[in-house]
Unconditional design. Structure first.
Length: 213
């Protein structure tokens, strides 16, 4: 696991592509970093494509909780990512937000883009679901990526410990059953998510009413 900067300038020269995976819990700034990376690479004259799936906005765009946003290509399960990128050539890099929700076959396609076409692929997403089990796509990224980076933006559990895991909260109670992917956010909604430390994710404690989170 490395801590290389995601914002480093990349020379516009012929070279091998790279597949990087940036992961962390909700609220750690994954989408913000994806948008910043796209801006920085574009400013250097590099040609990119931004992809997403199940963005919190409910539309084909990448949005962050601090108000940034950008149009993006919505990835559905049948989308061939190699064919998509080839149709938009020339492309130097691809930003893949919410990559944990892609299919395993699409993660293989991202590796093909890197190995066969020399395209840099920067994937962002959760590592594990509300049960603390790895998403299949995230597991494949851990297995294939050239570099794996845990984002360093600190997210805290209600108790003050580092937040590592995402809990699904339904009707005010933490649940460990249900579909792996149910779209929600961190606000006050019937189905929402809350970042917890390992101890409180395992115990199911969400904190007292009125406490943060």
């Amino acid at each position: 696991m490395t801590e290389t900067s995601a914002l480093s300038a990349v020379p516009a020269v012929s070279r091998d592509g790279v597949l990087r995976f940036y992961f962390g819990p909700m609220d750690c700034g994954k989408s913000t970093l994806a948008l910043q990376m796209n801006y920085n690479h574009g400013r250097q004259g590099r040609r990119g494509l931004v992809l997403t799936k199940h963005d919190r906005s409910g539309s084909a765009q990448v949005t962050s909780r601090i108000g940034l946003g950008s149009e993006a290509v919505e990835v559905d399960d049948d989308l061939d990512l190699v064919a998509l990128v080839r149709a938009h050539q020339p492309i130097d890099y691809v930003i893949c937000d919410e990559a944990c929700f892609y299919t395993v076959a699409q993660i293989e396609q991202l590796a093909d883009l890197t190995d066969d076409y020399g395209i840099d692929v920067y994937a962002f997403g959760l590592a594990s679901d509300f049960r603390s089990r790895m998403f299949p796509a995230a597991q494949r990224l851990f297995e294939l990526a050239d570099e794996i980076n845990r984002l360093q933006v600190e997210v805290l559990c209600w108790c003050g410990r580092p937040g590592r895991l995402n809990a699904r909260v339904v009707g005010g109670n933490m649940t460990r059953t249900g579909e792996q992917v149910v779209i929600g956010d961190t606000g006050a909604a019937p189905i929402r998510y809350q970042v917890l430390c390992r101890r409180h994710h395992r115990s199911g404690e969400l904190g007292l009413p009125g406490l943060p989170g």
